[in-house]
Design a protein. Structure first.
Length: 115
């Protein structure tokens, strides 16, 4: 089960209104109910992007649900992404976090790769 720590609507991905959700890598955080999140935010966003987390199987299923609801998906991870998850992503950024003032905390937006 995916758990999240927090989320924010931002412009971290070019040309998208993105709900960015930080996933927990352990047992902390709240259970992620993606259907409830989509219901609450769909009219305000065009994309849901996840940061971190280590359950790529559950994240793949979550991304399928997001696509069925007409939204795009993104993922930022410091590690490699398995093929099944990559197939469900519209945007992917891997590597170390780059922190800059007035820039999203996941690196410069030009670093995102549309797949």
């Amino acid at each position: 089960m995916l758990k999240y720590l927090n989320g924010v609507i931002n412009k971290s991905i070019p040309d998208e209104k993105t709900l960015t959700i930080a996933l927990s890598s352990d047992e902390t955080g709240q259970p992620l109910d993606i259907n409830l999140i989509i219901e609450q935010y769909k009219k305000f966003i065009t994309c849901i992007c996840f940061i971190g987390g280590n359950d790529q199987i559950s994240l793949t299923s979550c991304c399928k649900t997001i696509h069925k609801n007409g939204l795009k998906t993104g993922f930022f991870s410091e590690s490699q992404v398995n093929k099944q998850l990559e197939e469900e992503l519209d945007y992917l950024k891997t590597g170390k976090t780059v922190m800059k003032k007035d820039v999203c905390p996941f690196g410069d937006i030009i670093d995102w790769v549309e797949i």
